[in-house]
Write a protein that binds this ligand. Structure first.
Ligand code: ZN
Length: 275
């Protein structure tokens, strides 16, 4: 009788934990990470390399630091092609990644397991079939990738360049982690899971309009505030748009206030305060 009761209690506890897993994990992480913070040296690294961090309010900086500590505790950053990873490199990658989710609650990037860092652009072997069915072997050069399974690949040279030039609309880490946010839904289609209160219909309408607008500008080789690579497909549009939103907020807002407003609602921060 007692054994049955104990088993029943254990089963109820298991179901409760399974059902509220995100909350349980959040509680454990809070206990583990909230007492920790970045060292003065880590903060000096961010002040030196991340202009957005310099321009943040104290509250935003504190939120970002908490996320960075958590990110570095839960995700792996590994060097490839002989690249030795040091603390400053880890802090910079984590800071750029966590900026996108600055005001979102843990768990952040639930699918992400690891970030692989190459010294610079890297070669990827590829095969393609031509019209006659012949298979061609070739290599393509890449700066970064985001795999739905939770691995990101980044060129360290391009990570640094993205931080060195904060107003050019390019930041590799923002780009690849925006893909992760998109991929979290199980699809890679340029529509991430929206924030509370956001309407998918409105998002779809505004995004399609903006995407078509960019495509027609690219077709006629007209300049546009969003880089032409965004016209590749909807997923690239969302990733490039994220880079533009953070790095060229004033230009994007004056060009398309409705689109800017949606991104502001989704990301829950206003990058025009940081420029
Ligand atoms: Zn991309």
């Amino acid at each position: 009788m007692i054994i049955n009761s104990v088993l029943l209690l254990a089963l109820v506890a298991f179901v409760l934990v399974y059902w509220r897993w995100d909350e349980v994990q959040g509680y454990v992480w809070k206990r583990k990470y909230q007492q920790q913070s970045l060292s003065e040296q880590d903060k000096a690294t961010l002040l030196k390399y991340m202009s957005i961090y310099r321009n943040m309010t104290d509250k935003e900086r504190h939120a970002l630091e908490c996320h960075i500590v958590w990110f570095l505790g839960e995700k792996r950053i590994l060097g490839r092609d002989g690249l030795k990873i040091n603390r400053a490199m880890e802090v910079i990658v984590a800071a750029d990644a966590c900026l996108l989710v600055l005001n979102k609650p843990w768990p952040l990037y639930p699918n992400v397991k690891e970030v692989l860092l190459y010294p610079s652009s890297y070669y990827v072997p590829q095969t393609s079939k031509d019209g006659a069915g012949l298979v061609n072997y070739h290599t393509s050069v890449r700066q970064g990738e985001s795999w739905p399974g939770g691995t990101l690949v980044l060129s360290w040279h391009d990570v640094l360049e993205g931080n060195r030039l904060p107003g050019d609309g390019h930041n590799l880490v923002f780009h690849e982690f925006a893909h992760q946010l998109d991929q979290q839904t199980g699809y890679t289609n340029g529509t991430p899971e929206l924030s509370k209160g956001q309407d998918y219909k409105v998002w779809g309408k505004v995004f399609q309009r903006a995407y078509s607008n960019l495509k027609s500008h690219v077709a006629y080789q007209m300049p546009h505030v969003i880089h032409s690579y965004g016209a590749t497909n909807e997923a690239e549009f969302f990733a490039v748009l994220t880079e533009t939103f953070i790095e060229k907020p004033h230009e994007l807002r004056s060009y398309d206030p409705e689109l800017y407003g949606l991104l502001h609602q989704y990301y829950q921060f206003n990058p025009s305060n940081w420029v």
